[in-house]
Design a protein around this ligand. Structure first.
Ligand code: 9J3
Length: 292
């Protein structure tokens, strides 16, 4: 009896130890550029819903397998360069990434939602266009939308309107007054800032998250002391600058969300829904999720 107990104890200890070690390895790999060489282009056939875009893709993955992608919209008076770091990061981890410029800098979230779904469809079309670097390389079912601020409101609206065509949404410090997203039926990761003076997370991102239905995979991560621009590119410009550097943390969750819900790679599930590592727990002011 005693030896059986010892055996079970040893077994559980080693399983936990192995899991912890595997998770550590994964986490550090997601906090830097991934294994794929990244290329960028912008000469694809234009569409009316947005002005232009940069498409980032994992060049060295095109020789190996097809991949899904994500369309990303910047915020009010912002350009694609304000989110360019996501293009390099997500493409290096194996996704096609279209970051758009809106038709006007002031386009409202409703217009950004249409731009985002058009961006997703551009990625699909690029997979079918002979002259495209992505010809034959796109997995058309595996698509997501992201966006910052009004672009985050746009991502939520696109998820609600076009959920059947998408597998995930990642709003970044989303802005949409009285936004109600109870009809979203795809996994949604909301990133917010505790001290966002432009889209107060108590008025925007958190109520947006709380309006989601109860039974979908969803997560709200609020960065302690984070401003409106924590998920933006560090441009060096004053107005659009992250006040603290949490790109490792938000980047890791973004990659893992797409790996799990686009690629259906279950090995990323514990990185999302497992314990928050000690080093990150202190950087977060609120963390809520529902696993599904
Ligand atoms: O996209 C955004 O950064 C929203 C900023 C905002 O408050 O717009 C008000 C017109």
């Amino acid at each position: 009896m005693k030896s059986k107990t010892n055996f079970i104890f040893l077994f559980l200890t080693s399983v936990l130890w192995i899991n912890a070690a595997a998770q550590e390895a994964h986490i550090s790999q997601l906090e830097e550029l991934g294994p794929y060489e990244v290329e960028r282009y912008n000469d694809f056939p234009t569409v009316p819903q947005f002005a232009n875009a940069d498409i980032y893709y994992p060049k060295s993955k095109t020789q190996i397998q097809r991949f899904g992608g994500v369309a990303i919209s910047p915020g009010f008076r912002e350009k694609k360069e304000n989110l360019s770091w996501w293009g390099k990061l997500l493409a290096s981890h194996g996704f096609a990434v279209l970051i758009l410029d809106t038709n006007t800098l002031n386009d409202l979230p409703e217009i950004r939602a249409e731009a985002l779904i058009a961006g997703v469809n551009v990625l699909r079309s690029e997979g079918d266009r002979n002259a495209s670097p992505l010809s034959g390389k796109i997995e058309p079912e595996n698509m997501a939308v992201m966006g910052h601020s009004m672009g985050g409101g746009g991502a939520l609206l696109a998820a609600q309107l076009y959920g059947d065509e998408l597998k995930a949404a990642i709003p970044l410090t989303s802005w949409q007054p009285d936004g109600q997203f109870s009809k979203i039926n795809i996994p949604t990761l909301a990133i917010a800032g505790e001290v966002d003076r432009i889209a107060d997370s108590k008025v925007h991102a958190f109520p947006h998250y709380r309006s989601l239905p109860g039974n979908i995979a969803k997560m709200y991560i609020e960065i302690k002391n984070g401003n409106h621009f924590i998920a933006n590119t560090a441009t060096g410009q004053d107005r659009l600058q992250p006040n603290i550097d949490v790109h490792d943390l938000v980047g890791r969750f973004g990659i893992a969300w797409l790996k799990l819900f686009l690629d259906e790679d279950e090995s990323y599930r514990p990185l999302i829904f497992g314990n928050m590592p000690e080093k990150d727990a202190t950087r977060i002011s609120r963390w809520e999720f529902y696993e599904n």
